[in-house]
Write a protein that binds this ligand. Structure first.
Ligand code: FAD
Length: 766
């Protein structure tokens, strides 16, 4: 490299705060960390009704449920996907197999892998138990296909062929081979997809919408596609939205944002780096794109709604919305829309902030209230990332209560908010209907919303003069099967979950009274109202026999502020690594991402020192320590690493060039190794276990703490003295690990750090 390089202070620009936080924004941040029962307590009060109104709600809900059930019985349409979902619930092996297939089939590009997947998923199910009886034709037909496929793959024995159909089909498919099965299963998946898609193009969707528009329904179109991975994807999705807005605008014929059709967009479709870690790029690159779409929508006077996605993107999306709402170019247009998720602990605080924003921006914001479609993913992500708690509730009835309390908030700010209640649940709908005033409806007061392919039974009771006479907007996905996958999976989860209203109402075994149960009363009847679900382990408790390491939430503004401080504090520390007693010339250790940044210094161990180190290890009495004592020392070291997370992260980021997220994973893996080996030692070492003797551990630079600690702790816990040679690029973080282990109780002669290059490694091995 030539030229001069300006010195850059490490961590100077680490996670700059989002917009200057106001009290309302701080309240949003804080709400995520609150305990479930504590968060829910005020909402229970806000969602509670006196007896008389409760009765009225139950009456409305009951009549809605009965009407849907009646329609289901007489409808020829049930028998399609609804029935299939009912048959293959996610609590059955077969349901999960179908879900896995749907999730993966559409995106596997090569046929061999598709065949392998089908073989794996279909072969194991007991499909035949799902055939015959009173099942609708569609279910039977689909099941026969699966029986046959299962038979072909050896999952079902040859005696199962009562009507002969199975045998005949098997022979046919056996002759035709796997491609036929693949086509069949693929087709079944596409049929499911089509149930949830309004049209492959916006033109087709607009045409198809006319029938229900004539009955009083409105539409919001969603161009399928989300989570862009490349700039080219994002560009394509942007063009799709742009074209759709023009088409919707033309079809809207100036009916306005409330009466006319609109569009729903996903921010993750518009930028491949829409994440908190790239907040700067989000504001510089994504915001102008959203603004351009908003300006276009304003020109046609149609609504543009920003869908809600994963919880870790919430605050970022609030920044974007605030910029749009306050932008003078978008003033005077009431079509800006935002979605809030009632399953999120922050929902009420987000609504308070939205009301304030509308006031400041002097506009009415459209707010869609949903329960939330990413529940499973939120729970799993929090567990995998070792978060303190979940960002969402863990009991469905808590989400139901939150929905009602949030609906009350939205309805209470009619000047600032146009509420849009998106639900397929008759009980929830009936509650909102009574909350808003059953006897009075002013034009443009609020609307309901449902998804295309779901909730028609419910909303045919709502829209229209002789019905409840409230408007409903249908969310209409548009696109081809290539872009359908993520959306389809969320719909299959919603339809297949045995807790969801659409699944339960299709199940005749669930009584009407259960379907119209008041969630507030159900919560109050609990032994501990608002308590977290005992069957969903907190992230710290996912392993039954050992502690999980704790991570840091890099989307939490307070955590980021504290971490920035912690990382900057590590800059003042003189980091140094050398073998005990070895002197000589130190060499600088540089940040691989910025060679001007000297992280610390190391004295490389001369090869000639190896015999002395080995003799010292041989003389160690470490092998005489009891197993329990060694295990306890490892656990103590794990605790120390956990407490020093920012220090160790700082080193991993500067010495090994890790991102913050990778640095957290690095430290957590080291901690997990310590817990794991402590447990293994206790469980597997009897009194007869004998140490092997000195062990040389040579670790690589790419996991400079995790692999280093893993090797060292496995050898140590078995009573072996360790000679640890870290990669020459990353001796400083290894020196910290050794210091922590020494402080935890490992004697100096039982663990010697020997930094250096391949020469000392070779000498030790020799
Ligand atoms: P119900 O059966 O009453 O509720 C099911 C919901 O309860 C689940 O989806 C989940 O949110 C919640 N739940 C289930 N189990 C638990 C549990 N153990 N603990 C806590 N909560 C639980 N979703 C988004 O995330 N973003 C959007 O932008 C979005 N847009 C939508 C637009 C429209 C028009 C509609 C109709 C839906 C939209 N959704 C969106 C999807 C929506 O979140 C689901 O359809 C909705 O959650 C289903 O709720 P329900 O009242 O219809 O059904």
């Amino acid at each position: 490299m030539t030229g001069t390089k300006t010195m850059h202070t490490p961590f100077a620009d680490f996670a700059p705060p989002l917009r200057q936080p106001t009290d309302l924004r701080r309240a949003v941040t804080a709400a995520c960390r609150r305990e479930e029962a504590h968060t829910l307590a005020p909402l229970i009060e806000a969602a509670r009704f006196p007896g008389e109104r409760r009765d009225a709600i139950r009456k409305t809900a009951t009549s809605l449920v009965e009407a849907i059930r009646l329609r289901q019985k007489s409808s020829t349409r049930l028998g399609s996907v609804d029935a299939l979902m009912q048959e293959y619930s996610l609590s059955s092996l077969e349901g999960v197999a179908l879900m896995c297939l749907a999730e993966a089939l559409l995106r596997i590009p090569d046929d061999d892998t598709r065949d392998a997947l089908i073989r794996d998923k279909i072969g194991k199910g007991q499909w035949r138990e799902h055939v015959g009886g009173n099942r609708p034709l569609f279910v039977n037909a689909a099941t026969w296909g699966l029986v046959v496929a299962g038979k072909l793959y050896g999952g079902i024995d040859g005696s199962v062929d009562d009507q002969g159909l199975s045998r005949a089909l098997s022979r046919l498919i056996g002759r035709a081979g796997e491609p036929v099965v693949r086509r069949g299963v693929d087709l079944a998946m596409r049929m499911m997809g089509e149930q949830f898609v309004t049209g492959q193009t916006i033109a087709k969707a607009l045409k198809r919408a006319r029938e229900l528009e004539a009955k009083g329904f409105r539409y919001s179109y969603d161009m399928l596609g989300e989570a862009a991975v490349t700039a080219a994807d994002a560009e394509r999705y942007y063009r799709d939205y742009e074209n759709a807005i023009r088409a919707i605008g033309a079809a809207g014929k100036g009916k306005g944002v409330y009466q006319g059709p609109g569009i729903s967009i996903k921010l993750s479709a518009l930028h491949p780096r829409y994440a908190r870690a790239k907040a700067g790029r989000t504001m510089d690159e994504l915001l102008p794109r959203v603004k351009a779409l908003a300006l276009l929508s304003k020109g046609y006077d149609i609504g543009l709604n920003i869908d809600a996605e994963e919880a870790d993107r919430l605050e970022l999306s609030m920044d974007l919305l605030e910029s749009l709402a306050l932008d003078p170019d978008l003033a005077g247009w009431n079509g800006l829309g935002f979605v809030v998720q009632a399953y999120g602990k922050r929902c009420p605080q987000v609504i308070d902030w939205l009301i304030d924003l509308a006031e400041r921006a002097q506009r009415r914001i459209m707010v869609r209230l949903v329960k939330g479609a990413y529940w499973d993913a939120e729970i799993k992500r929090a567990q995998v990332d070792g978060q303190r708690d979940f960002p969402v509730y863990t009991r469905k009835r808590h989400t139901d209560v939150s929905y009602i309390a949030c609906a009350r908030k939205l309805l209470g700010a009619p000047r600032q908010i146009y509420p849009q209640f998106a639900t397929h649940n008759a009980q929830t709908l009936a509650t909102v209907y009574h909350l808003a005033g059953p006897d009075s409806y002013t034009p443009d007061q609020y609307e309901f919303q449902c998804l295309h392919g779901m909730g028609e039974g419910l909303y045919s009771q709502v829209v229209g003069k002789d019905k409840l006479a409230r408007p409903c907007r249908i969310y209409a996905p548009v696109g081809t099967h290539e872009t359908l996958l993520a959306y389809l999976v969320r719909r299959l989860l919603e339809n297949g979950a045995n807790s969801s209203f659409v699944n339960r109402i299709a199940d005749p075994k669930v009584a009407v009274a259960e379907l119209v149960e008041d969630p507030v009363e159900a919560v109050l009847d609990m032994a501990e109202p608002g308590a977290r679900h005992e069957g969903i382990a907190l992230p710290s408790a996912i392993y039954p026999d050992r502690a999980n390491s704790a991570g840091l939430d890099l989307a939490d503004e307070d955590t980021l502020a504290a971490l920035t401080h912690g990382l900057q504090a590590t800059l003042a520390q003189p980091w140094f690594a050398a073998a005990e007693g070895v002197t000589g010339t130190a060499r600088p250790v540089r940040n691989p991402a910025d060679h001007c940044d000297v992280v610390g210094e190391v004295i490389d161990t001369p090869a000639a020192y190896a015999p002395e180190a080995m003799a010292r290890a041989r003389a160690s009495t470490w092998g005489l320590f009891a197993v329990e004592e060694r295990a306890l020392i490892l656990e103590k070291a794990a605790g120390a690493m956990q407490a020093q997370m920012p220090r160790l992260m700082g080193l991993a980021m500067r010495e090994a060039g890790k991102s913050a997220a990778n640095a957290i994973a690095e430290v957590r893996e080291a901690i997990d190794f310590l817990h794991y080996y402590a447990l293994q030692a206790r469980q597997t070492f009897g009194s007869a276990q004998k140490p092997l003797g000195p062990i040389v551990c040579i670790s690589p630079w790419n996991f400079p703490l995790a692999i280093f600690t893993g090797q060292v702790s496995a050898a140590l816990v078995a009573g072996n003295p360790v000679l640890a040679k870290p990669a020459e690029e990353t001796p400083l973080i290894a020196a910290e690990a050794v210091r922590i282990l020494h402080e935890a109780g490992v004697p100096a002669d039982a663990l010697q750090l020997l930094p250096g290059d391949g020469e000392i490694g070779a000498a030790l091995i020799a």
